[in-house]
Design a protein around this ligand. Structure first.
Ligand code: ACM
Length: 492
């Protein structure tokens, strides 16, 4: 009989207490949700664990035991575990999933999936069933912001690719998908007030790649698919630099009124919106308004990085105004570290990537900080010299290097209470296929997921590496490409 294991869960839960015996999952095992907040989790369980039949909550209740059942309930949820926490009690006849809300139920099902043998795939439960070791697990994340960023501007990735990457994030309990939707080489989102942004600005990509852009319906579908997995999409339009694609589509956005030629190279820091002109703010308001309506998440990311072609003082004035535009549409603005040099003027999230000084300035203004230090989290960096795609400006990032750092101590002088979490950006100048994306993410993204989820005191590289090795069968079963990083014994 296929048997699952308790010692392969990534990220490591708060507590796993093994208990005697095994739960026997069969095709007749029933699923009952006592709580509407669990409906997405039940759908996930049916789709990714096994297509099990339903039972009513009463039939699966404490006093009436069908042969085996999985019950999801918010009764007796522990408020101390927070909105993403959960308990999983695996007994010999019943698995009980207890969570306070939507996301906790989903994370519990992701854990349950990892307890199952990877061979239990889409084919359904084998005739002799599956054994799952009994245990009591309780769990909750260290940080509320656990993300990855996909650059769909340098190369375009289809909605199906993005949804597939989202499944990978959710499997490791990451809850933010930051989409870098615009850059010098491409504008990837339909804006109805300015259709040329997508129809003209979307046609290019690095090295003459095919380009593309999401319709608003595409983005809505991506956002909804992510929401059902517990993942919030954070859309980014990068301004005032990184805007050549917009300036090529709408010449009137330039100070001289002339469209810029399309750009398919990989330099940065040469383009700028005309930040002195009022028309720029009217345009930005249109763009932010449409994005705000399309994305139910709390955040809109305005970029703000590497604006070397914008006068420094004018840059700061632009940032203050642009952040307020986002707030006027009911969202919290996010920007790369550089925006910390400006007056933020209200609730803001600042994404640190390189220079600690503006990040510290942002924290001093009360901003929440998301940590994406390039030397740990930039997953466009090669694993080592043998990695076929990727760049090396930050040096190689092995899986061990991605794992072995403490966010709370990563920037000297940063108050740890300001840290919201971490995010792993994948820039795609050198990456153009789903398989290349996956090979850059796996196994480093699971490593960063554990950095974000698991308390520092509980993390240990060799324990992680041993658990991670148990996932290769799962990646293979799911058709996910991965890198046999020699820093992980058991994967190489
Ligand atoms: C960045 O890497 N320019 C945020």
């Amino acid at each position: 009989m296929l048997t699952g294991r308790l010692d392969a869960v990534v990220p490591l839960p708060l507590e796993v207490l093994p208990a005697p015996g095994q739960f026997h999952l069969t095709a007749a095992t029933t699923v009952a949700a006592v709580d509407d907040a669990a409906s997405d989790a039940v759908a996930l369980l049916r789709r990714r664990v096994a297509p099990l039949p339903s039972a009513t909550a009463a039939a699966a209740g404490r006093h009436d035991r069908p042969p085996s059942s999985i019950v999801l309930t918010s009764d007796e949820a522990d408020p101390a575990l927070g909105p993403e926490g959960y308990r999983l009690r695996i007994g010999t006849e019943r698995i009980e999933v207890v969570a306070g809300g939507h996301d906790g139920f989903l994370w519990a099902v992701q854990t349950l999936r990892q307890l199952m043998p990877p061979e239990l795939g889409d084919a359904g439960v084998p005739p002799d069933g599956v054994a799952v070791p009994c245990a009591s697990i309780h769990d909750a994340p260290r940080y509320p912001w656990r993300g990855a960023m996909l650059d769909v501007a340098r190369h375009f990735f289809s909605p199906a690719d993005v949804c597939s990457v989202t499944e990978l994030l959710a499997a490791y309990k990451l809850n933010r998908l930051h989409l870098h939707l615009t850059d010098d080489q491409g504008w990837r989102i339909e804006v109805r007030a300015h259709p040329e942004l997508a129809t003209v600005g979307g046609q290019t990509a690095v090295d003459g790649g095919p380009g593309g852009a999401y319709t608003q319906a595409d983005l809505t579908a991506i956002v909804e698919h992510a929401r059902r997995l517990g993942v919030t999409v954070v859309p980014e339009v990068d301004v005032p630099g990184h805007t050549n694609a917009a300036l090529s589509a709408l010449g009137w956005l330039s100070c001289d009124g002339e469209p810029r030629p399309p750009y398919t190279g990989t330099h940065v820091g040469f383009s700028s919106l005309c930040v002195e002109e009022e028309r720029t703010y009217g345009w930005l308001d249109d763009v932010i308004g449409e994005l705000a309506a399309l994305t139910p998440g709390a955040w809109i990311h305005l970029g703000g990085d590497e604006s070397a072609a914008t006068d420094a003082e004018a840059y700061r004035g632009f940032v203050t105004r642009a952040l307020d535009l986002v707030r006027a549409h009911g969202k919290v603005p996010v920007g790369w570290g550089e925006i910390g040099a400006a007056e933020l003027g209200g609730p803001t999230v600042v994404q640190h990537w390189f220079d600690p000084r503006p990040t510290l300035a942002a924290a001093a203004q009360g901003a929440g900080i998301v940590l994406s230090p390039a030397d740990r989290t930039y997953l466009d960096q090669k694993y080592d010299e043998s990695t076929p795609v990727g760049v090396t400006w930050m040096g190689a990032i092995t899986t061990e290097r991605a794992y072995a750092w403490d966010p709370a101590r990563s920037i000297e002088g940063l108050d740890p209470d300001r840290i919201l979490g971490i995010e792993a950006p994948l820039w795609t100048e050198t990456i153009s296929t789903r398989a290349e994306v996956e090979r850059m993410l796996v196994p480093r993204l699971p490593a960063l997921a554990e950095v974000a989820w698991t308390s520092e005191a509980s993390r240990e590289w060799r324990s992680f590496a041993a658990r991670l090795a148990g996932h290769r069968g799962r990646w293979d079963a799911d058709g996910i490409a991965w890198t046999a990083d020699p820093s992980v014994a058991g994967l190489a």
